[in-house]
Design a protein around this ligand. Structure first.
Ligand code: BES
Ligand code: MN
Ligand code: ZN
Length: 502
């Protein structure tokens, strides 16, 4: 559902949304409607403890003297304190959930001038629209028997405001970001019989129409490059492993160091059974979204290309299926990574780091990027540590880590920095190889990060462990339950704030 913008004024039928600031004080359109209806809105607010607090909503049904189905009054809070980008996005999400069942299929918002607001009306309109669109996401392609009236009936949300042309313009970029978010959510939601390395690579190829250069390496090419670590994970699967390289060249094209690309690397395990170290049956279906890191990288590249970001960015995703079979790798096998370092595979379920080891090394060798950020649903231990509000952040570079954390705050995708230390690094030393793929009992997320760090050399690098935030069991204002696409908005924001045209 794509919201649209129009000049001030409201239709006489259907659902209309008016706003009130803390008090409650209705904005101009609400006030007018209130007068016209003999004070119905005022009476409803007073009778229902509606004081205009941020996010409060109040329904007034079929008000007399009008032909409207509903008037939804929405609280903005104290204009000077409560109105910011995030709050307006959340409000948009809340409004969407309140109007999605409108029989007329239409909702019109009256966004009047808001005294004391720091944000301009067109900007507020664009942010509300962004929230509406983000919350409207639904993955329903496999629900063939759903009744028409069980589905959301809303077809259009129109925001009426002064400066609607400016609102439209501000929203355009946000809409491209939402396209990236939706692409990621779709990919994460697809089951593993539909999305496997080859089909996921094909989805990435679709970015070519936006000007992204996409290259797909198969097993033969990866073997030639010496990617024994990644290939070992996929060797038990009937599906061929793939490595996808995406390049968006929106920045200057010179040989100068300052024009080197920034790089994003994703774990793309299209299904993680655990391999021979097989997982328990209960909840294993969740492992269809073990390609979440790669989906974020692909969605991010879509957003950057869609909005024509002035940056050179590379996306590298390692795509494998981790299956048990007679050709699967065994616990105790030793593999040689592209870096030349050897790895003893103690547990075949610690496979994400094996995939990233070669993807990170390849990315670094080929592109000499300014930095590499990898995303991975890497460890269950990060869920034990942080639950599902913050994702884990590990980095060898304080500036990069701080920028990522700041960008996360700006878009409400929160990161929590975790430590790296050589004493944790020792926990993955092996008796017979350069390292083993698991540590001891404790610090599971840290030893996983230490493992990755052995494949980045001196490159500024950050690892985002998104195992706890990739899939949500509850609705949030701009993120319906299911695939969240956590990371797309954060990294887009990181690019905007620190790396575009710089
Ligand atoms: N994909 C899992 C991590 C995971 C678990 C993601 C739950 C999302 C939800 C990863 O490949 C894995 O299996 N990690 C093991 C590592 C262990 C064997 C050292 C884990 O966390 O149990
Ligand atoms: Mn695993
Ligand atoms: Zn995994």
């Amino acid at each position: 559902m794509k919201p649209t913008f129009a000049k001030p004024g409201l239709p006489g039928t259907g659902v209309v949304v008016v706003f009130a600031v803390k008090g409650p004080t209705l904005l101009a359109t609400g006030k007018k409607l209130d007068e016209k209806t003999g004070g119905i809105l005022t009476r409803a607010m007073r009778g229902n403890r509606f004081d205009g607090s941020k996010g409060q909503t109040l329904d007034v049904l079929a008000p007399a003297e009008t032909r409207l189905d509903r008037v939804l009054i929405v609280g903005l809070g104290k204009a000077a304190d409560d109105i910011d980008d995030l709050a307006m996005q959340n409000l948009g999400g809340t409004i969407f959930t309140n109007v999605r069942r409108a029989k007329s299929g239409k909702a019109a918002l009256a966004l009047d001038t808001i005294p004391d607001s720091k944000l301009s009306v067109p900007n507020i309109a664009a942010q509300i629209a962004f929230g509406v669109r983000l919350r409207s996401y639904r993955f329903d392609k496999y629900r063939t028997k759903e009744k028409e009236d069980a589905k959301p009936s809303i077809k259009s949300v129109t925001i009426h405001c002064a400066g609607d042309a400016n609102a439209r313009k501000a929203y355009k970029t946000l809409d491209q970001i939402a396209d990236g978010v939706f692409f990621t959510r779709d990919l994460v939601s697809e089951p593993a019989n539909i999305i496997y390395p080859e089909t996921l690579a094909n989805e990435a190829k679709s970015l070519a129409k936006l000007g992204v250069k996409v290259q797909v390496l198969g097993e033969a090419q990866m073997k030639k490059l010496g990617m024994g670590s990644l290939l070992g994970v996929g060797q038990g699967s009937a599906r061929e492993s793939k490595l996808v390289v995406m390049e968006w060249k929106g920045g200057k094209q010179t040989k100068s160091k300052s024009d080197l690309p920034i790089a994003f690397v994703g774990k793309g395990v299209t299904f993680d059974t655990g391999g021979i170290s097989i997982k328990p049956a209960s909840g294993m279906e969740d492992m269809k979204w073990d390609m979440g890191g790669s989906a974020v990288v692909i969605g991010l590249m879509k957003a950057l290309a869609g909005r024509k970001a002035k940056v050179n960015a590379v996306g590298v995703v390692g795509l494998v299926e981790n299956m048990p079979s007679s050709t699967a790798q065994r616990p105790g096998d030793v593999v040689t990574s592209m870096s030349g370092q050897t790895i003893e595979v103690i547990n075949t379920d610690a496979e994400g780091r094996l995939v990233l080891a070669d993807a990170l090394w390849y990315c670094k060798e080929r592109f000499k990027p300014k930095f590499m950020i990898n995303l991975a649903t890497l460890t269950g231990a990060i869920i034990v540590s942080l639950g599902s509000r913050h994702a884990g952040l590990f980095s060898n570079n304080d500036t990069l880590a701080e920028r990522i954390a700041e960008a996360g705050k700006a878009v409400d995708e929160l990161m929590w920095r975790m430590p790296l230390h050589e004493d944790y690094d020792k926990m993955i030393n092996s008796e017979i190889a350069d390292m083993q793929n698991i540590g001891g009992r404790g610090a599971g997320s840290i030893t996983a990060a230490q493992f990755l760090q052995r494949f980045v050399d001196k490159t500024p690098w950050a690892h985002m462990d998104i195992a706890g935030v990739t899939w949500s069991k509850t609705d949030a204002p701009t993120v319906p339950k299911g695939g969240t696409a956590f990371g797309v908005r954060l990294l887009d924001r990181l690019v905007t704030d620190y790396y575009e045209g710089k």
